[in-house]
Design a protein around this ligand. Structure first.
Ligand code: PXP
Length: 239
């Protein structure tokens, strides 16, 4: 199985919003992502619109001929947006206004999460759940008839320079169970050129979503080069 890279371009909008003008443009960034050979574009429409806004999301979904992975919280407003604009994938994430980034995976026992899944599935949309890597979460995803999950690699990434044995073995066990259940297993959060190889090596994982480190590197080396370097590392670690 090959591995896909989704590039999260939220931070292009973060920079644009710092000046409240039109550049840098997330739509232009999306074009570069496609040209660089990445496989999908990830954007997170947050409740407070701190980076990507409605117009960015609409323009990118409409104009970019690449799979779009729209991350949203399980709220009525966001679910309706997804149903109206139909990106190829919808990744449900928990969302707290005060957090700096998505800090943990979804709680699959919450009524609002179950209702959001049901509504998206009824509208024939591909639903992915951003979850902490636990066996319990994979079993619950199976019960919810979910076909895609994204494992939160934040704990692995944060512990990469310390002791990450526990985190990596949890991720491996979850990825194996996903395969058994016929669930596509994705992963992401905090991945960079140093820590990505061990995750990309897990053959049951079919997609990684990476944002901060790629956009950070692009300041120094350009977006295309930074994406190509990540694809190269992912490919090499797979072989
Ligand atoms: N996957 C999900 C569900 C996320 O919320 C984020 C951060 O927006 C990412 C992946 C990318 O994480 P990072 O920016 O740390 O690479």
């Amino acid at each position: 199985m090959s591995i896909r890279l989704g590039v999260n371009i939220d931070h292009v909008a973060t920079l644009r919003n710092a000046r409240k003008i039109s550049e840098p443009s997330p739509l232009e960034a999306a074009k570069v992502v496609k040209k660089s050979g990445a496989h999908l574009i990830t954007i997170h429409l947050r409740e407070d619109r701190r980076h990507i806004n409605d117009n960015d999301a609409k323009q990118i979904i409409k104009n970019i001929d690449l799979d779009i992975n729209l991350e949203i919280g399980p709220t009525e407003e966001m679910i309706d947006f997804a149903i109206n604009h139909k990106p190829e994938f919808i990744c449900l994430v928990p969302e707290k206004r005060e957090e700096i980034t998505t800090e943990g995976g979804l709680n699959l026992d919450l009524k609002e999460v179950i209702l959001a899944i049901e509504k998206l599935q009824k509208n024939n949309l591909n639903v992915c759940l951003f979850i902490d890597p636990t066996i319990e979460n994979i079993k619950k995803s199976k019960q919810l008839d979910i076909k895609y999950v994204e494992l939160h690699t934040g704990n692995y990434s944060n512990n990469f320079l310390k002791n990450f044995d526990k985190e990596i073995s949890l991720i491996k066990d979850c990825a194996k169970l996903c395969k058994e259940f016929n669930i596509s297993c994705h992963a992401g959060h905090g991945l960079n050129y140093d820590n990505v190889a061990l995750i990309a090596k897990i053959k049951e994982i079919s997609e990684l979503n990476i944002g901060h480190s790629i956009i950070s590197n692009s300041i120094f080396f350009g977006l295309e080069k930074s994406i190509k370097k990540m694809i190269e590392i992912m490919k090499n670690s797979r072989e």
